[in-house]
Ligand binder design. Structure first.
Ligand code: ATR
Length: 278
């Protein structure tokens, strides 16, 4: 039996219905008139290994993985990129001709490319970064900031032990800052990144003193529902450069699209509009 040559990709998650990834990949497929399809693929943890074995035989060239599978795919992969191993999770899988797959993580590079696009004046040497939160997203962002050459990263998390574990893993550039000491450090930070869920629709808000922000700050919130969080609104009011969370979502998707469908996609206003449409 021969298989159709229509390249397929999708996002594996549980739940996955909320994912914006199908919409953004379809936008690119249409824009570049490329054959292919990208599907939301609801997969429970118990089926993950089986699904990944069968997918390449069905015409899948790759997949994104989201909660709760980002860590679980690593031991199933025939190859894991250095950055995925360092982050301890993967979000982008590429099937190989023999049916095995490579696991990569593009969250860190997606974060950095979004930052460089929306804050072109930002330079890694400009000063310390203050990172709020110590979950999975923080881990990818710390790796990216260290690789970009940020000399000092203050890491604050409600649960201090988690920040300490990340600081021990990444070493000296990362120093733990008490959650209660964030206000005192806001002025001295060049870049402030919120990686917590605070500020998301339906959640509590960040309650730091953002009146301390000024034109020299770059403020990046990875929350994108709402797109304009209270943190970003406060940053703009004070003249700081605001970087929204949609940028990271779009930029982390680009390497997978390029690999699977053969075209480096553009990340521009048309894409943002398509992904944000209700
Ligand atoms: P992600 O993979 O998106 O980073 P996560 O691993 O669940 O998600 O991490 C969520 C982050 O948001 C954590 O840093 C968490 O702090 P704790 O480690 O103390 O749980 C942070 N967070 C969530 N709700 C919070 C709240 N109400 N106050 C402060 N931090 C909160």
């Amino acid at each position: 039996m021969t298989y159709p040559s229509l390249p397929l990709a999708g996002v594996l998650g549980d739940p996955v219905a909320h994912s914006r990834s199908p919409r953004l990949h379809h936008h690119w497929l249409q824009r570049y008139s490329l054959p292919g399809a990208y599907l939301p693929l609801p997969v429970v943890a118990a089926d993950l290994a089986t699904v990944l074995t069968v997918m390449p035989r069905m015409g899948f060239v790759g997949a994104n993985v989201t909660i709760p599978h980002k860590e679980a795919v690593l031991p199933l992969a025939a190859a894991v990129t250095d950055r995925a191993r360092r982050i301890g999770a993967a979000n982008t899988l590429t099937f190989r001709p023999d049916g095995t797959f490579e696991a990569d993580n593009t969250d860190g590079i997606g974060f950095l490319n979004a930052l460089l696009q929306q804050a072109p004046g930002w330079e890694s040497a400009a000063g310390p970064a203050l990172v709020l939160g110590a979950g999975g997203a923080a881990r990818a962002i710390l790796a990216a900031l260290i690789d970009a050459g940020v000399p000092k990263i203050w890491l604050a998390n409600r649960t201090r032990e988690k920040a300490e574990a990340l600081s021990a893993f990444f070493g000296p550039p990362v120093a733990v800052l008490g959650w209660e000491d964030v206000d005192d450090r806001l002025s001295a930070a060049a870049l402030i990144v919120n990686t917590t869920a605070l500020g998301m629709e339906g959640k509590e808000k960040l309650s730091f003193d953002f009146n301390k922000l000024n034109e020299s700050h770059v403020v990046n919130d990875i929350v994108y529902t709402p797109l304009e969080t209270d943190l970003l609104a406060a940053a703009r009011r004070k003249g700081a450069t605001a970087v929204d969370g949609l940028g990271m979502l779009l930029h982390q998707a680009a390497p997978g699209f390029a690999r699977w469908f053969g075209k480096e996609p553009e990340i521009d206003t048309a894409l943002r509009t398509a992904v944000l449409a209700p």
